[in-house]
Design a protein around this ligand. Structure first.
Ligand SMILES: [Zn+2]
Length: 400
């Protein structure tokens, strides 16, 4: 560095101190963007490879986000193990969040109309490239299961297509939300929580779910536990959790289920139904949420519901096989109102931000749902931990 340079720098600093400096678009706190960054590329079944690529150009409608963390979803685990979506090679990770480090000149607001600036924390939802008419206020749209999402996109020249990476390029036409008012763990939980906000909205369409309803939640994995939390934040108090794992049943209690039934203690669907009946003080449930991916669990749950009751089935986000029920006894004679639920709408996503704040306010241990955190370089281990059914929510984070 020569003297001229130093003089120039000093002059620049002095002029900036006086407030006459040329405005740079990025605040000083944002670290320089490197030329290259890492992605975790799933190169074959059960093997991610950490690869480095040049960070792509940021177009006028694009946003470059530095990733802070991303949850591992059941969908990621299926793709990792079996490649059912035929995506390999692919950068997975759709439950991610991070900081805006660069924005195109056309970007100023998020999908809810909130301003977006460099340094803001964001999450993405679906990409509506082909269906721009879908907005968060389109209530006729039951869910947006057909839309694309980051983390399940085919590989292309951009490479930064999923959240299991150091950076992600959010392209024009994507839904993106400014969630700077939520901490990292809450932001990682947004996507799975939106699934439950949607399921409860679906349940409400039956007209059976009320403040004083007796509710059964079957399955106490992350989905069932969050289901209990959503019901609690709505003011529903009478919740029975059903599972076969003591630890999970204990956690369900802390999430707001005041009673539980360990299915291992009962033989057959009728005995299990009777156990729920007794746990509810001589009543079957008014409403039930089926949160396991097990067809037998689907068949069993009818025995726990009263005549005229309701059921929301949300456990089968992938094909888990056929379930056998008796349409006469289980459905018709009892006049059960059944709704299915899958993914969420954009509007549910925005509702979820408020749910997370409410859950925190009433002291639900939401953050304890994240039981394991892995660095990006250890992503194979993260997915294997998920597949081994250890813990609840597994997350990949930049700084553990
Ligand atoms: Zn997911």
């Amino acid at each position: 560095m020569d003297n001229n340079n130093i003089e120039e720098i000093v002059r620049k600093i002095l002029s900036e101190m006086k407030g006459e400096g040329t405005k740079t678009s990025a605040p000083a706190s944002i670290a320089a963007i490197p030329e290259k960054a890492r992605v975790a590329m799933l190169v074959e079944k059960e093997r991610f490879e950490i690869q480095e690529y040049k960070i792509p150009e940021v177009g006028d409608g694009d946003i470059l986000v530095k990733v802070e963390g991303c949850g591992v979803c059941g969908t990621d685990a299926h793709e990792f193990k079996r490649d059912p979506f035929n995506l390999i090679p692919v950068v997975l990770g759709h439950e991610g969040t991070g900081t805006i480090v660069k924005m195109g000149k056309d970007v100023c607001k998020d999908s809810a109309g909130k301003p977006l600036n460099i340094g803001d924390k964001v999450v993405t939802c679906m990409i509506f490239g082909d269906e721009p008419e879908i907005t968060m206020y389109d209530l006729n749209k039951q869910n947006v299961g057909k839309a694309d999402v980051y983390g399940l996109l085919p590989d292309d020249n951009i490479k930064f297509n999923g959240w299991f990476a150091d950076y992600i390029l959010i392209r024009k036409g994507s839904s993106v939300f400014n969630v700077s008012d939520l901490d990292l763990d809450s932001r990682i939980l947004i996507e799975p929580c939106a699934v439950l906000v949607h399921a409860v909205e679906r349940a409400k369409t039956t007209g059976i779910l009320r403040f004083n309803s007796r509710v059964v939640v079957q399955g106490c994995g992350p989905i069932g536990l969050i289901c209990i939390a959503v019901l609690r934040t709505m003011g529903i108090e009478n919740i029975v959790a059903v599972d076969g794992n003591e630890k999970r049943l204990e956690f369900a209690k802390r999430m707001g289920a005041d009673k539980n039934v360990d299915f291992r203690n009962y033989k057959g669907a009728d005995a299990l139904g009777q156990a729920v009946y007794e746990t509810l003080g001589g009543h079957y449930a008014d409403f039930a949420f089926q949160c396991t991916g097990n067809p037998i669990a689907h068949a069993n749950i009818y025995k726990m519901i009263r005549r005229g009751g309701g059921l929301c089935e949300l456990g089968f986000f992938i094909n888990g096989g056929d379930a056998t029920i008796n349409p006469h006894f289980d459905l018709c004679a009892k006049e059960i109102t059944l709704v299915g639920s899958w993914v969420y709408t954009l509007r549910d996503y925005a509702t979820t931000f408020d749910f997370l704040k409410r859950a925190q306010a009433i002291g639900l241990p939401m953050k304890e749902l994240i039981t394991h955190k892995f660095e990006l370089g250890d992503i194979n281990e993260a997915l294997k931990t998920n597949l081994s059914m250890q813990g609840l929510k597994i997350a990949v984070v930049v700084n553990k």
